[in-house]
Design a binder for this molecule. Structure first.
Ligand SMILES: [Zn+2]
Length: 436
């Protein structure tokens, strides 16, 4: 933490120097942290599973006047992603719990960083926010055993379409600090609609042997249409056998053009459009008007249940439509910024078992990997390079989305190059280039 903060203060140089003594004594760094595992077998002779815990600095603020001194311009990206620990093991709920406990313990013992720089002392408190990485991780963390259960209201899939039942007894649990993972939600929603479309001709969820051939043929038709008409591989297993191509990039393409998606899947176009608006709302950097979002999400849930009463909502659909507003309300920073940490991408960057590493002991090899990860995410170096690489893009919001947002605040000094819109794009393009 000390080193990261020091490099960050060096990066913002003049801004750091201009802080008053009072401000220097009351700094706070806000970071998100999480753990994730890679299931890719990337190295023939290497371990097939890597788990990485890491944190991403989000902003440096002055706690007494809320002045934002620095804000991460690439919160979606791995660029500032600081490795805490790597572990060569398969990610299971038990191991995930162990890792989460390990990091939480570490965080509880953190003392404010005192950085001596420019002949001045900077005192920086740490605020570490745990970020949901995956549904299974979330469930692991709250000791829930099965994925089809909602970790917020404890209802199971069979109750999800009964909206009045779900609404009643929501406990406000501490796990709301998890926030929402945008890529995860978008991908899971895309899959929910895809699986729904396979069963549309049957209009029932539980199927029997007689239905199997109908579903099989329909799957083939839909997949082919996606490939032919949208150049999109859906629900196809990767050659490696690990996972499918249903990733962040594919899901973005799916929701980008509701007309075409509706035509291929046979799913109601207005429903797809509404999901598109919801996804855009939660992934943009602006503050959301919760009452409007709640009404919009609930109306969408009603519409879904009316259209497809036979197909239970998936946990993710349920979570975003029924609990989205309350999660947003309890999140400390704008929801779009609490996105999934993309360690998966970084995991793949680990230059493991390369030729150079062949003669090293395991300890030396691990040290080199960690050094390499830290060098790649160094705030001073990253801060310098980011400004050269990205051009500013403007993303236009759908009318329905802008109606759910609060007026913008021009609050933060940006690193002069990129914006959150870039990050939004960057996340998926990184994932797509990596995974496809
Ligand atoms: Zn729930």
């Amino acid at each position: 933490m000390d080193h990261t903060i020091k490099r960050l203060l060096m990066h913002i140089n003049d801004r750091a120097k201009s802080l008053s003594e009072q401000e220097r004594k009351a700094l706070q760094i806000v970071c998100k942290w999480g753990c994730d595992g890679s299931q890719e077998n990337l190295y023939e002779d290497g371990p097939s599973n890597i788990i990485q815990s890491s944190f991403i600095p989000l902003k440096l603020v002055c706690s007494f006047n809320n002045k934002i001194i620095w804000q991460n311009p690439m919160m979606w990206s791995t660029r500032y992603c600081r490795a805490i620990k790597i572990r060569f093991e398969k990610l299971t709920p038990d191991i995930m719990l162990e890792e989460i406990d390990y990091i939480k313990n570490g965080i509880s013992t953190l003392k404010a960083s005192k950085i001596l720089l420019y002949n001045k002392t900077f005192t920086v408190e740490h605020k570490m926010i745990y970020t949901e990485i995956d549904e299974k991780v979330c469930n692991a963390d709250v000791h829930a055993n099965s994925t089809p259960k909602c970790y917020i209201c404890n209802r199971t899939t069979k109750d999800f379409n009964n909206l009045s039942m779900v609404k009643k007894d929501i406990k406000v649990p501490e796990m709301l600090e998890f926030g929402l993972s945008i890529t995860h939600i978008r991908t899971r929603l895309f899959e929910s609609l895809l699986y729904l479309s396979y069963k549309l001709p049957l209009k029932k969820w539980e199927t029997n042997d007689n239905d199997a051939s109908i579903i099989k043929q329909r799957k083939i038709d839909i997949k082919n249409k996606f490939r032919m008409e949208m150049d999109l591989l859906v629900d196809r297993k990767k050659l490696s056998g690990n996972g499918t191509y249903n990733n962040g990039w594919a899901s973005r393409k799916f929701f980008l053009n509701p007309e075409q998606t509706a035509k291929i899947t046979g799913i109601n176009i207005d429903l797809i459009k509404r999901f598109k608006v919801i996804l855009e709302t939660i992934s943009c950097k602006y503050k959301i008007q919760l009452n409007k979002f709640a009404a919009y999400a609930h109306k969408t849930a009603e519409m879904y249940v009316e259209l497809y009463p036979w197909c239970p909502m998936t946990p993710t659909m349920h979570k975003i439509l029924m609990h989205g507003p309350i999660i947003i309300q309890h999140s400390i920073i704008a929801i779009g910024q609490l996105s999934r940490t993309v360690e998966k991408v970084q995991n793949k960057l680990i230059p493991l078992f390369n030729d150079d590493g062949a003669d090293l002991s395991q300890t030396e090899c691990n040290k080199q990997i960690l050094d390499d990860l830290l060098a790649r995410s160094d705030p001073l170096i990253t801060g310098m390079s980011s400004s050269l690489e990205r051009k500013k893009k403007i993303r236009f919001l759908i009318k329905e989305t802008s109606e759910m947002l609060l007026p913008t605040e021009s609050e933060m000094p940006q690193d002069n190059a990129s914006s959150d819109e870039d990050d939004y794009d960057g996340e998926d393009s990184e994932l797509s280039s990596d995974e496809n």
